[in-house]
Design a protein around this ligand. Structure first.
Ligand SMILES: [Zn+2]
Length: 94
């Protein structure tokens, strides 16, 4: 069980999407999954995103914090590439 607030989940949900291949959260602004490189359609279902946020908060809270910072950055087109570079070797599936 995570301790992330419902308000924070709602705010994050607006900026996130879920990869249909690896089920990791990605920024909506990103064209490519930073974990597996998927470049097709992403899942935008609110419940899927909420579950992904709670799961990430439990498994990798530091990564969730990075995504929070990235989600709040406006018009920073370098962030998706930076995230991919930082986490290219991390497999978030446990
Ligand atoms: Zn993926």
């Amino acid at each position: 069980m995570t301790n992330i607030s419902a308000a924070r989940i709602r705010n994050l949900s607006r900026s996130m999407k879920s990869c249909p291949l690896c089920h990791n959260l990605n920024l909506r602004a990103s064209d490519e999954c930073y974990v597996c490189g998927w470049r097709g359609s992403f899942e935008h279902d609110a419940e899927t995103i909420r579950l992904g946020i709670e799961d990430l908060a439990d498994r990798a809270p530091q990564l969730l914090e990075v995504l929070c910072v990235a989600a709040n950055a406006r018009r920073n087109t370098r962030l998706p590439r930076l995230l991919k570079a930082l986490f290219v070797r991390i497999d978030c599936r446990v």
